[in-house]
Design a protein around this ligand. Structure first.
Ligand code: GLC
Length: 468
């Protein structure tokens, strides 16, 4: 029974081995929850140079041949385990994947090339396994060609494709795809192949990472050109909210924060705030600390926040941002920090330890995203008693109950404009001044269950639907 329920994930990222964004958190933590619920699970990842540096893996299969026109037409597989588990990770090694340091390239061509080779190798490997998995679970465009590859090779293993972000799709010329995958079928007249669209058309089931986003992507506004194709698959499209790793993200045991605390001694959270202010070089006063931990990309709407902060400068608050990304956004926040050194700090870095201190130290956590498939930081913030203030979209809308509802857990604003954001922040500052109300709001946020338990059950239900 367990063998039949074996599931294989194919993905481009997996925490803690390789992380760029939220995709890694999901691929690194959902398998643990599935395993707990009796699902046998393995993961296939590219063997990036970066992984080689931090993790030792053993050579498992050498020189498996690939049906391709590129050289070399073979790949090897290395094996390791997801830390603290017996979950096997198969690492695909091929020069297109393993000879360059970075994960994603600035030049799209190179990404498409890398993930076309990766997908071909992953499909080939799965086909060679003695015991085939019951389901292959694909994540984002990087592995979305696999259902088509299965079809080409007449492999009848069912597939699920999870869309973590519809805005990256992987589009490449049919000529170039065919150099790597010789018989790749042409499904349109445009001379190009959209990796994600292929997966959406061919996977047995499509999921995305929140119920609201599953609805939004059927509209032209959020569909990034794929809304029509998605609509055709509407009956096989599900929205399952992500969870977060409740062991890693736990203020009671987190060893990266200044002081551990729980819902029963929130005064210790205040110590975290003061010590963080000290570390950042901010005055250690009672002003609420507004926090942001984010990649700096247009999706995240942080340009709206950069516009808003100077407009509310007369109010009592301090602000810290941690993140890296687009240079123009990085510069905007650096400039703000220079103009208002008493109030604004911008740390342009990728620093998981500081991120934890910010979750633990912030009073209000701001997420002004233009769109957000799920969003993990609002859930982490709530777990640490930092009250989220976010745009009402996608997973943010699904996880935050907005003030002034009786059971509210945060603040939501609707229009993606700096005015709407400003009004929401001003409102939250007012509520902050009523200590009892604020404490209750914080506690309700901390009491939410964002563990993987329920979402894992939802995935298992879909797997069972596919495994006959
Ligand atoms: C992407 C999405 C984010 C989601 C994450 C994990 O990074 O932008 O909303 O939480 O994937 O699914």
């Amino acid at each position: 029974m367990t063998i039949k329920q074996r599931v294989i994930f194919v993905a481009a990222e997996c925490s803690p081995l390789v992380k760029v964004g939220g995709l890694a958190d999901v691929v690194g933590s959902l398998p643990l929850a599935l395993r707990k619920n009796g699902i046998e699970i393995e993961i296939i990842l590219p063997y990036y140079k970066q992984i080689k540096k931090i993790k030792t893996a053993k050579l498992w299969r050498k020189n498996i041949s690939l049906n391709t026109k590129i050289k070399p037409n073979k790949f090897s597989v290395y094996q390791t385990f997801l830390p603290n588990s017996n979950i096997k990770i198969h690492l695909i090694k091929h020069p297109q994947i393993s000879s360059v340091g970075q994960i994603y390239f600035d030049k799209p061509n190179l990404n498409q090339q890398r993930f076309a080779v990766f997908s071909l190798a992953a499909a080939t490997l799965i086909n060679k396994l003695k015991t085939k998995p019951g389901v292959v679970h694909l994540h984002d465009w990087h592995s979305a060609l696999i259902p088509t590859l299965f079809e080409l090779e007449q492999i009848s293993i069912p597939t699920i494709l999870t869309i973590h972000n519809l805005s990256s799709q992987g589009v490449w010329s049919i000529k170039k795809v065919r150099k790597i995958i010789p018989n790749f079928p042409i499904s349109n007249s445009r001379g190009s192949i959209n990796f994600l669209a292929e997966g959406i058309k061919k996977a047995n089931i499509i999921t995305t990472v929140s119920p609201s986003y599953a609805k939004e992507i059927l509209t032209p506004k959020y569909g990034f050109g794929l809304d029509k194709i998605l609509k055709r698959r509407k009956n096989n499209l599900y929205g399952i909210i992500n969870g977060i790793d409740y062991q890693y993200f736990n203020p009671v045991t987190d060893n990266k924060i200044f002081n551990n605390y729980s819902i029963n001694n929130l005064n210790k959270k205040q110590t975290n705030t003061l010590l963080l202010k000290r570390e950042l070089g901010l005055q250690e006063n009672s002003a609420p600390l507004l926090g942001v931990v984010s990649r700096l990309f247009p999706q995240k709407g942080l340009d709206l926040l950069a516009e808003t902060l100077p407009q509310i400068i007369k109010y009592d608050w301090q602000f810290v941002l941690l993140g890296t990304g687009q240079k123009n956004l990085e510069n905007k926040f650096k400039k703000l920090a220079k103009s208002y050194p008493q109030k604004i700090k911008a740390i342009i870095d990728f620093d998981p330890a500081l991120a934890q201190k910010i979750y633990a130290g912030s009073d209000i956590f701001i997420i002004p995203s233009r769109f957000e498939p799920c969003g993990l930081t609002q859930m982490i913030a709530m777990r640490y008693g930092a009250v989220p203030l976010a745009r009402a979209t996608g997973g943010l809308k699904d996880t935050i109950v907005p003030h002034p509802a009786k059971n509210s857990t945060g603040f939501l604003f609707h229009k993606p404009s700096s005015t709407a954001l400003r009004l929401a922040i001003v409102k939250s500052l007012k509520v902050f001044n009523n200590k009892t109300n604020w404490r209750n709001l914080q506690k309700r946020a901390m009491q939410q269950d964002f563990s993987w338990n329920k979402p894992a059950q939802s995935y298992i239900k879909l797997y069972k639907q596919l495994i006959k």
